[in-house]
Design a binder for this molecule. Sequence first.
Ligand code: BGC
Length: 775
Amino acid sequence: MFNIFKISLVLLLVFSIFILNEERALAEAQLTDEESIDRVVAEMSLEEKVSILVGPGMSGESLVGLTDAGVPGAAGNINGVPRFGIPAIVLADGPAGLRINSTREGTEETFYATAFPVATAIASSWNTDLAKEVGDAVGEEIKEYGVDIWLAPALNIHRNPLTGRNFEYYSEDPLISGKMAAAVVNGVEDNGVGTTIKHFVANNQETNRLSVDAIISQRALREIYLRGFEIAVKDAQPWSVMSSYNRLNGSYTSANQELLTKILRDEWGFKGFVMTDWFGGYESLKVIFEEGNSVSDVVAQMQAGNDLLMPGTPNQTQALIDAVKSGKLDEKILDRNLKNILKVVLQTPRFKEYRYSNKPKLKTNAEISRQVATEGMVLLKNKQKVLPLNSDAKIGLFGNGQIETIKGGTGSGDVNTAYTISIAKGLDENFELDQDLLARYATYVSTLRGLKEYQKPPHSFFEQKPQIPEKPLRDNEISAVVEKTDIGVIVIVRNSGEGGDRKNEKGDFLLTDEEQKMIERVSNAYHKVGKQVVVVLNIGGVIEVASWRDKVDGILLSWQPGQEAGYAIADVLSGRANPSGKLATTFPMDYGDVPSAANFPGDDPVDPSKVVYEEGIYVGYRYYDKFDIKPAYEFGYGLSYTSFEYSNLKLNSNIFKDKIRVTVDITNTGKVAGKEVVELYLNAPDNKLDKPIQELKGFAKTKLLQPTETQTISFEIDARTLASFDENKSAWLAEAGKYELRVGASSRDIRKRAFFKLKKDLIVEEVNDLLEPTN
Ligand code: BGC
């Protein structure tokens, strides 16, 4: 027995040495550091190179979320080539947290991640320090769950309120988008894991997202759609960029060399690698799954500088090999792209053989999620100081959303959490809720949700759960609750997600008749006896508010606030947290007022092939201001439980050669501590170029100011800040003339103004004439 054991051991040893020698003989070069990359690439076969440049595909029935290697539920891998010491790299979504499966076969262990507030909510905090903290917390989960690169943050512009993925994006304004994304990238990457800013660029709709051609002027691209990405690249240098699905001015972004090489790398100095979105460059999913022989234009993609094709299909692999062999594609292009990827691989935890714990700090991260959630909430209305509520307030809580509270949107931006604190639970633990009403809602919602018609269709990644109709309310039911309680709180919820845009219809952008009636009847009943009513909006994107807001006393926009939703909402309603969020996206009076309403989602409502961005640079407040259209709630708007005074605005251009420093004092003039978002707008001369009335050029958030406390806030303005994009000159031009700096509490609540002059036109930066629309 012992002998057999000994013999097998010896055989095993000999065999292993043989294998090791084989491997050494095959690959002398090993990936060790940047200097080794050239040697490794030189020694690789064409097939090995292509195996890295094209992802390993996806397995199983689900389109997204299955991967053969690494971490279950991760979105994909970059293949490794073990004989060169190149490990397989794990990529997982984003952006409201880390999206991996929470359970795994063969173990009772769970792998929950923290759901943070959606990006729109984070942006509404206007607090980049907090955004960095979120990044830091997500980065820790990414690292401890064995993921290398996060497929987030996402920073497409809120061009239209109906875009299904707006919740994943920050704002209608590129400065906020860029600064928020940069903060998140820095926070995540401080952990030694990577980020992917996406979707580059102009993925501003879900309808026909795989093929729609976005026709955008050079100026609108430069000033609005590219600007946020430019800021994020320059401020934070993310490891990777994801090109978008759509076409831009005629060609797929993933095959657009001007975009991915000239602008991203040559102009902005991007050093990481570019990957496609999942199946990016394919006309439709149908061509992949039903006509298995189709392939994206891999030659154009590789030449453009789209280094990695994800998730990768066998056809792409074959097409690349054939293209090189037939001389259609220079192998040097593959080498260049491969090197971009390998440089990043060197930095990954996988490469560094980090031993992850699968035990991230979920408790600490939940607290961060709750704090950010409260800071991102926007108090839209507070008549007669209905809020905050006393802790002994007796509340009648209405609306199905108290039970089915929404932490975040659906699709790849979803997060598998251990729990979501419902609004009912959060308020029940903090106030006195009418228990009978609560019980009736709980029973109603669970009964209806149990019915077949209200279940999520199986295997559908993109489809929403059908909305349950609002629980019917009898008159005597309402009056009994009103009698027993001090205040009514009504919850309105909306959800959306990847794969579909929202609609300007009841139940989506508009309230349903049942919701309208609920607001009216509940408000009337409370008002009749001198009591008040507050609405909580648990929504991921803008909805219509003008038709019903006058009926209620208070409106708290909680957005989709992550897994601590109910607790965070209770924090703000109770005044434990003073709301300090402001809108980073406008609420219009009517959908018809939206600048892109006539051009969304394009030349056909269902199957658009083209979408012309006719509004040009006039997106969001730039449009409402210029054309004097009154929004329901303007960009930058948000109330507080205290008040702030702005004083002492000063410009100082002496201390800098090429910059102006702007300082302003903010004083808390109210009775409770609070934070203020301070917004800096610029009105620039328009002798040569048409200009918006004003544009956001800086923002800051004060610390928590105690009553009477003052803080001096400062901003810096450089020449580029003054400039607009001159299409004729292909340059950023700061025009001579008088400039007005406006410091305010919202875009329409300017508190202080200061002026300065520029004597001569200044060409701040010349760029190549790129991305011209072809038609
Ligand atoms: C989404 C991306 C996501 C990717 C991987 C795509 O459908 O558009 O945002 O990162 O899937 O899940």
